[in-house]
Design a binder for this molecule. Structure first.
Ligand SMILES: [Zn+2]
Length: 372
């Protein structure tokens, strides 16, 4: 029988959660802040799947009524990520970011800043292909692993074993692969639709209406969208006014990137830096920046430990092994899939909808993202 172990620890009296270190600033205005009411610390060993948008077997909802998890995908994109971080700080609250490897490679200091402000960092593939399940297993695994390696390299520190499929395009074999890697997959409960709504006021209104309809949940935003950056302060103010509580996701474990992929990315990064400056330029070190306001005031958030047991989501996980994706060759069904993928990629290139080879990463990915 599948069970979930929930251990709620009341922290106000006996064991305060060390949410903000002694060197971190407290929330400057706790009365007006949305804050963080609860931290859910997820043990990802069993590769759980959370959220409403999947046909595969998911974990039961771990959020109570009026509890919200804020998530932001596809970034970083400094011009929008920065104001989003400011808004989150202003309301002394926390979010989870699912970053794209190529974006993180383009803006490593932004990745460090997001993590330095106490948010949780997950990943969202290398280049955001919208239909990962049709890419062929080897290609899809490479997208997942390259994204993890790139974001971790940009972060310069361990990241969470949290993953979200672009377009929520999951599949049994890929979920089994993520399970084998001890990675938790997140879909969503509430879609803000910020990919389609350009008016900040309309976006705020719709998002609040959807959160109300769902009584909270895991909410999906994108920190590559102007409307999201503009609307977020109003959304957070409304959540506070309507009595919603923010739950912050964390994990004790970390994802280990595949060393060969990290090496490849590191070499490319160093070569690029060397060609620019004559010699490699060290990446900015976040520690030089002061952390901004963190949750706090008189109350500490409570802690819930969540340790889902393994689930068998597909009949056979033989094709989803824990081994690294092939670096140089594919065979059998994968080879067929790769050929199909190549053909479809050429078609897409002809249509000029998505380019996965353009070096202009930010604008390419930003314009490529549709929906999720
Ligand atoms: Zn996305």
């Amino acid at each position: 029988m599948t069970r979930i172990f929930l251990v709620a620890v009341a922290c106000l009296v006996a064991a305060p959660v060390p949410f903000a270190s002694a060197t971190e600033k407290r929330c400057s205005n706790p009365g007006a802040a949305l804050g963080v009411s609860r931290i859910v610390e997820i043990d990802t060993k069993a590769g759980p799947l959370f959220g409403d948008f999947s046909k595969y077997e998911r974990e039961p909802r771990f959020l109570g009524p009026k509890e919200v998890v804020l998530t932001f995908d596809d970034g970083p994109m400094p011009r929008y990520t920065k104001p989003i971080l400011e808004a989150l700080d202003k309301f002394c609250t926390k979010a989870t970011f699912f970053y794209v490897g190529r974006m993180a490679t383009a803006y490593p200091s932004m990745v460090k800043e997001v993590m330095g402000r106490g948010h949780t960092m997950g990943t969202h593939t290398w280049s955001h292909p919208l239909n990962l399940r049709r890419r062929g297993l080897a290609r899809a695994k490479d997208q997942i692993e390259r994204g993890i390696a790139a974001v971790e390299l940009a972060a310069g520190q361990p990241i969470a074993p949290f993953f979200r499929f672009p377009g929520l395009s999951d599949s049994g074999p890929l979920l089994a692969y993520l399970q084998s890697r001890g990675i938790a997959t997140f879909t969503v409960d509430v879609v803000s639709n910020d990919s389609y709504i350009s008016s900040p006021s309309r976006l705020a209104k719709r998002t609040i209406a959807e959160i109300e309809r769902n009584d909270g949940g895991i909410v999906l935003f994108h920190d590559i969208k102007r409307s999201t950056a503009k609307a977020l302060p109003a959304i957070l103010a409304q959540l506070k006014k309507r009595g919603y509580k923010i739950v912050h996701l964390r994990t004790k474990s970390q994802v280990t990137p595949i060393a060969g992929i990290t090496d490849q990315l590191e070499k490319k990064r160093d070569k690029k830096q060397a060609s620019r400056k004559g010699k490699p330029k060290p990446l900015p070190i976040y520690e030089a920046l002061a952390p901004s306001t963190l949750v706090g005031g008189d109350d500490e958030p409570s802690l819930t430990e969540l340790a889902p047991e393994p689930r068998q989501r597909v009949k056979s996980s033989a094709e989803a092994t824990a081994t690294a994706p092939p670096q140089s060759s594919v065979s059998g069904d994968d080879a067929t899939s790769v050929r199909r993928t190549r053909r479809s990629r050429k078609r897409r290139a002809r249509k000029k909808k998505v380019s996965t080879t353009s070096p202009k990463v930010p604008s390419t990915i930003g314009s490529a993202v549709r929906g999720y």
